[in-house]
Every structure is written in structure tokens, then in C-alpha cells.
Design a protein around this ligand. Structure first.
Ligand code: UDP
Length: 309
């Protein structure tokens, strides 16, 4: 039975990963300092095969016994979170990644780094392929996240090349689904409650900026395939179905049968104008592509938010 550590295990993606890995027969250790993660995301997983350790991964990590896989998902990940927690975001991406790589080296474990489409910044290549180096403002408010993840990728490749750590990098594009935090500032957790309460939907800018939203179950499947693959270079995982933020808002109003109208607010600094993953690499090398369409994914997500309200 593989023994696996998931950092950020009490977060949105981390908790889905823990659940998936347990179902695959792994023994799972979830590590989280509960800064943006929540115990309620993993309470239902309690069993002798699952352990939770409250720990900040920027501090030295000690785990007794063997570890086969490490999935490094600890980080604030919504724009609001990393604007409120800029130092912690930089530290977990830099120092935290160094600590988990050290642990992977010590345990001879396979490590998978959760990276992000934010490494492409406000992209000048569209859709984004893995060989695009990005257009990032290092000193802007999003720089704390973007540059931390870019450093984390560089550090991961250095441990792979210099120490032969079997390391993988997934570049995660916008993902949604149950267990997203209410009011974490992202578009879907903002729009769905607003629509359910018939309140105005806060569209930033003129709503013409685009994103491509992937349902969480599809993302987790892609990540698992990458984890057990022989690939050591970055792979985009996301859903290439691109839409404008105004279209997203209108879709949510439609599905929730809401009376909400749109209200336009100032566009945050450095908000990317377009974003769409090119997933040719994931298709060819992992035989992966997303299966859940937006309608189905949004319905499941809306049902979950309804329970939270
Ligand atoms: N957005 C919006 N209203 C909100 C929250 C977000 O219009 O209440 C916009 C945001 O400016 C961005 C898009 O929705 O253009 C996606 O934002 P999100 O925070 O979900 O993800 P990211 O910016 O990291 O792609």
C-alpha cells in the first residue's frame, strides 16, 4: 500500500486529492496549517488509513517511516487570499517547496508540485502551451503568488536534475467544485451565492476577460495520471472550454433561475485578460481530457453552495 503525504490536505483541491488517493488504496497523511484550509473538508475521511497533521510546511517537516508520494498543494490560491497573505504565500511557495523537496530526497519519494496557470501571467500566447515562459509582473499584487510558484518550479527542476528526485509539475488552470470556500473572492464562489440570494452579481471590469473552468473531479484524475506517469516536465491540466466572465455570470443566473442583475466593478490590478490551457500534452502523454461539462459541474457546485448558505 503506497504511503502518501498531501500538503494543503485540508484545502479545496487537497481534500479532493486525499479522498481520491484513499479510494485508490493509498495510506494518506494530510498536512495543513489551516490558514485557508478547513477541517470540515476532511472530517469524513477519518479512518486508520488517514491521518491529519497540523503543521506549517515552511518549518522543518518530520515524518517517521517511508513515504512513496508527496503532493505539494499547500498555498493560498485565490487572488483575495494571496493579497491578504502575501508573505505567507511567498514563504509556502519558496521555503515550503524547499522543505518538501528535502523530504522527497530523504524518503526517495515521488513529488508532485501544484503549480498554476498564473506562471503564464497576463499571457501573450493563446491558448497557453507549456513551453510559453509567461508575462508576469514581479512587483504587482499578484506577483507574490506568480513568482513563488515560478520559484517553486525552478527549485523542483533543480532537485530533479541535481538530486534525481522523481519530480512532477502540474500547471493547474481555474478549477471549481464542492468545497470551494464561500467568499474566497474567486468568481464562482462570489457569483453563486449572489445569484442564490438574488443579489447583484459583481463582475469585475467589463466582464470581457476570459477563463476556462475545469470541474474538480476531472482535475484530480489528471493529476493522478501525471503522478504515476514517467513525465518530469510541466503539464497543463485544465478544461479548454473558454468563456468570458460575463458569460459565466449569465450562465449561473440562468441555472439558478435567479433575478440577479450584473453590476460592474473595477478590474483588479494585473487581472489576466485571457486564459485557456492547451492540453495537447496531457492528451498525448496521459491520455487525459476533461469529461464533465460546465452545466453538470455548475449544477453540482451550486447544490453544494446551497447547503452552505
Ligand atoms: N471576478 C469577478 N467578480 C468577482 C470575482 C472575480 O468578475 O466577484 C473575475 C476576476 O476579476 C477574474 C475572473 O473573474 O477576471 C476569475 O477570477 P478568479 O478569482 O476566479 O480566478 P483568477 O483571477 O485567479 O483566474
Amino acid at each position: 500500500m503506497p504511503r502518501t503525504l498531501v500538503t494543503g490536505g485540508a484545502g479545496f483541491l487537497g481534500s479532493h486529492l486525499c479522498e481520491y488517493l484513499l479510494a485508490k488504496g493509498h495510506e494518506v497523511i494530510a498536512m495543513d496549517n489551516l490558514l485557508t484550509g478547513h477541517i470540515s473538508n476532511i472530517e469524513h475521511l477519518q479512518s486508520e488509513k488517514f491521518k491529519f497533521i497540523k503543521h506549517d510546511v515552511t518549518e522543518y517537516i518530520f515524518i517517521a517511516g517511508e513515504i512513496d508520494y508527496i503532493l505539494h498543494f499547500a498555498s493560498p490560491a485565490s487572488p483575495t487570499d494571496y493579497l491578504e497573505l502575501p508573505i505567507q504565500t511567498l514563504k509556502v511557495g519558496a521555503l515550503g517547496t524547499h522543505k518538501v523537496l528535502g523530504l522527497a530526497l530523504e524518503k526517495k519519494a515521488t513529488l508532485l508540485l501544484a503549480s498554476t496557470s498564473e506562471v503564464y501571467g497576463d499571457p501573450l500566447v493563446h491558448p497557453q502551451t507549456e513551453d510559453y515562459w509567461g508575462n508576469v509582473n514581479p512587483v504587482g499584487p499578484r506577483g507574490v503568488y506568480d513568482e513563488a510558484k515560478r520559484f517553486a518550479e525552478a527549485m523542483t527542476m533543480a532537485y530533479h536534475r541535481y538530486h534525481n528526485v522523481n519530480a512532477k509539475i502540474v500547471r493547474i488552470f481555474n478549477t471549481y467544485g464542492p468545497r470551494m470556500r464561500l467568499h474566497d473572492g474567486r468568481a464562482i464562489p462570489a457569483f453563486v451565492p449572489q445569484a442564490l440570494r438574488n443579489e447583484p452579481i459583481t463582475v469585475f471590469g467589463d466582464g470581457s476577460q476570459t477563463r476556462s473552468f475545469c470541474y474538480v473531479d476531472d482535475l484530480i484524475e489528471g493529476i493522478y495520471r501525471l503522478l504515476v506517469s514517467g513525465i518530469n516536465e510541466p503539464v497543463n491540466i485544465g478544461n479548454p472550454r473558454e468563456m468570458t466572465i460575463q458569460q459565466l455570470a449569465e450562465r449561473i443566473i440562468d441555472i439558478t433561475d435567479s433575478k440577479s442583475s450584473l453590476t460592474f466593478k473595477e478590474l483588479p490590478t494585473d487581472d489576466p485578460k485571457i486564459r485557456q490551457p492547451n492540453i495537447s500534452k496531457a492528451r498525448e502523454l496521459l491520455g487525459w481530457e476533461p469529461k464533465v461539462d460546465l452545466q453538470e459541474g455548475l449544477q453540482k457546485t451550486i447544490a453544494w453552495f446551497k447547503k452552505q448558505l
